[in-house]
Write a protein that binds this ligand. Structure first.
Ligand SMILES: NC(=O)c1ccc[n+]([C@@H]2O[C@H](COP(=O)([O-])OP(=O)(O)OC[C@H]3O[C@@H](n4cnc5c(N)ncnc54)[C@H](OP(=O)(O)O)[C@@H]3O)[C@@H](O)[C@H]2O)c1
Length: 298
């Protein structure tokens, strides 16, 4: 039976793995166990635990913040995966790591495939790419997942994009959203299930793992509001002014998964509709918005 170690278990994606891995032998490594003074201390932890699979969901995910504090971003996104990879190499564990479709950069109008060149345009995505390189260089068995535009998790999670849009739509009659930025809105539980499928298939290497279909941020937000039944009107708007020069095209296709016949990712709006309904039925929604919850259920 596989023995799993997971990092970043309290985050958006990490929390989805707890459900998918329910009942298996699972150890959760917390931030202080990862931020060790020496790499040897981290390797010693992995040596002691002897996992067969390490799922690394730990990452610094503030893309704007990385422009101002590149060192902190690099520690979590480049050096930590490198250290975990060397620990996995030594213990012959499989490392599952998460990177970003934003690493492809801004040089193509169509969705990116795994064979495309990587030309990241932000500090954060440069560090994510360095993390990928460190893993490959270590020689450990690895699955590197390039994903993007993740949603899901509990309403309380600070990065819950869908929840925030629902609250915004509840309070406004009209809102705008960026019509120029494109990507694949992707549900974290679908990613977790797809990762388990990749592991079970026994294949390694780099995989795009996104929901099927590339849409604009505006289409994404409009679909959230439409699924909610809230009366707010969503209109296309301009791009946000940002410090980080995020590529306007973060869209991807799961070319390798499709070639292997193991792409189980659904269409981009399939899980979104279900997730919006789940949030609207949650205690959090009812307590934050008694009036609106009553109106929707009419
Ligand atoms: N969210 C997206 O749209 C998106 C897009 C592309 C790629 N990804 C990738 O998907 C993976 C999961 O992202 P996510 O959205 O689940 O991120 P998240 O919600 O921000 O969670 C990140 C987790 O990493 C931990 N962490 C943060 N900084 C750390 C550090 N310096 N050392 C150790 N642990 C640290 C956090 O711990 P605390 O709970 O203690 O803060 C948290 O549990 C990441 O590799 C990310 O780059 C995400």
């Amino acid at each position: 039976m596989n023995k799993f170690v997971i990092t970043g278990g309290g985050g958006l994606l990490g929390s989805a793995f707890h459900d998918v891995l329910a009942g298996v032998d699972l150890t959760r490594l917390h931030r202080d166990q990862l931020q060790t003074e020496t790499e040897e201390a981290l390797i010693e932890t992995i040596r002691f635990l002897q996992p067969s699979i390490v799922i690394n969901c730990a990452a610094a995910t503030n893309v704007e913040g990385a422009e101002q504090n590149p060192e902190e971003d690099s520690a979590a996104n480049a050096r930590l995966p490198g250290a975990l990879a060397r620990a996995c190499k030594e213990t012959d564990a499989l490392l599952v790591h998460f990177s970003s479709t934003g690493c492809y950069g801004d040089w193509k109008a169509e969705p990116y495939v795994e064979a495309d060149e990587m030309h990241p345009t932000t500090v954060h995505h440069c560090n994510k790419l360095d993390g990928e390189a460190a893993i490959v260089q270590s020689g450990c068995r690895h699955i590197i997942v390039r994903t993007g535009w993740l949603y899901g998790g509990a309403p309380a999670l600070a990065k819950n994009f869908v929840w925030k849009r629902l609250l915004e739509a509840r309070d406004k009659t009209e809102m705008t959203s960026d019509a120029s930025q494109r990507g694949n809105p992707t549900y974290v539980e679908d990613v977790a299930r797809q990762v388990m499928k990749i592991i079970d298939s026994g294949v390694n290497g780099i995989f795009n793992v996104v929901a099927n279909g590339v849409v604009s941020r505006f289409e994404y937000v409009a679909a959230i509001v439409e699924a909610s039944g809230l009366a707010c009107k969503v209109r296309p708007g301009p791009a946000f002014a940002r410090l980080a020069k995020v590529s306007p095209n973060e869209g991807a296709v799961n070319a390798r998964l499709q070639a292997l016949g193991i792409d189980i990712m659904p269409a981009w709006n399939e899980s979104l509709t279900t997730y919006v309904h789940t949030l609207l039925q949650s205690h959090a929604w009812k307590t934050v918005s008694v009036h609106e919850a009553e109106r929707i259920s009419e």
